[in-house]
Design a binder for this molecule. Sequence first.
Ligand code: ZN
Length: 442
Amino acid sequence: MTKAESKPIYHPASAPDFVPVPLLRKLQLERLQAIVGRAYDRVELFRKRLGERGLTPADIRSLDDIAKLPFTTKADLRDTYPFGLFASPLQDVVRLHASSGTTGKPIVVAYTKDDVAVWTSVMMRSLAACGLHEGDIIQNAYGYGLFTGGLGAHYGAEGIGATVIPISGGNTDRQIMVLKDFGVTALCCTPTYFLHLIDRAAQLGVDMKSLPLRVGVFGAEPWTQSMRKYMESVTNVAAYDIYGLSEIIGPGVAIECPQHDGLHVFEDHFYPEIIDPETGKVLPDGQEGELVLTTFSKWAMPMIRYRTRDITALLPGTCGCGRTLRRMRRIGRRSDDMLIIRGVNVYPSQIEAVLLEVEGTLPHYQIILTRERGLDQLEVQVEVTPQVFSDRVGALEALADKLGDTIERVIGIRIKVTLVEPQTIQRSEGKAKRVFDKRGQT
Ligand SMILES: [Zn+2]
C-alpha cells in the first residue's frame, strides 16, 4: 500500500476546522479586540477613522460590535501606496506581494514571519479539505511571483507533506508532459487554465481520464457550477473551489469540502460579514450581499472590514462534513463585473451558466459590447463542438436561437449569439478575459 492509499479520513491539519462553535466565537472576540487595538495603535488612517466616530478599541465588547467599525476599501490601499497601512516596521516584514492593478499602481501587501505561518496553515487546511495529503503529487500551475497564488499553494502543499512541482503558469505542452510523466494526482491553477489544458491535451492525443490526476484546486477567478460539470465530465478530477485575495492573505481564505455545498471560511483567522452594498448594513445569514472580511491574525497589515466587492451569502445550517466553520456560497459575481446594457444589469456569469447548460457548446466564449447608433449591443461568441459545427446549417441556427431565447429569459434582453468553430477563441494562461467592452470606441 502506498502512503497515498493509507490516508486518514481527516488530515491532522484540519483539526481547527472542527473547533466547537462557542469556543470559536470566544477566540474570534479575543482576536478581534487584539487586532483592532493593534491597528488603532499603529495605522494612522484607522485611528483617524475611529476617532471620527468617537470610538476607541475599548468599544469592541462583543463580536456584533464589529459593525461599528469603519470599512476599508481598495481605494484606501491605493491612497496609502505603498506602505501606508502597514502595522509593522519594515524590518519585521519578511515578504511583500503586490496585485497587478488594472489601472496605475498596484496594491502592496505585507507579511511578518508569523503571518506567513498563518498563511501556510490555512493553505494546508485548504488542501487537506480537498482530500490531499502526504503522498500526493501536486502540480502548482499558479503563477509564482508578486501574485500570491503560486507561493500560497506551494507552502500549503509542502506543509501537508505532499510532493510539490512548482511549475508556475504557462508553457502548456510542458505542463501536460509533467502531468503525464510525473504521475501528478492534483493540480492547482485557475479554472480557465484548466480548460486550456484539457483542450491542449486532446490535441496532443493525451487522454485526461487515463491520468492519475484526481483533484483540481481552482481559484483566483469565479467559475460556475456548469463549468464544474464540464470539467468533471471530461476528466477524473474532483474540482474544488478555493477563495482568497491578496488584501486578506492570498489564497486560503475559504475552501470547499467534499460536500461541495459552499466554501468554509477559515473564520478563526478571517471574519466574514455580508453587507448591503448600497447602505453598508450587515445582512443576516442566507441573504445575498457583498462579502466583507476582517483579518484576525495578520500582523503586518491588518484589514478591518475590508470590502471585497464579491457578491455571496453566508449559508445557514451546518455542513455534512462536520466542520464548524461557516460556509459562504460560491462567488458567482463581483460587484465590479456588472455590465449595464440598455439600462439592464447583466453579469457575465449569468450568460456563462446558460451557455454551458445547453448541449453542443464548449466552455470557450467571449462577450463583446459595442454601441451602434447610441444603442448598446451585446454579442456572445461561443465555440461549439466539431459535431455541431459540421452538422447541417439548420442545426447551428437552431442552437443559436435556443441560446438566444434562454439568455433572454435569464437576463431580460435579447442579445446576438454567434456560434464559432472550436479553437477560434483565444485561450488564456491565467485569468480569462471574457468581456470586451468596445462601447467607448464606437
Ligand atoms: Zn463541509
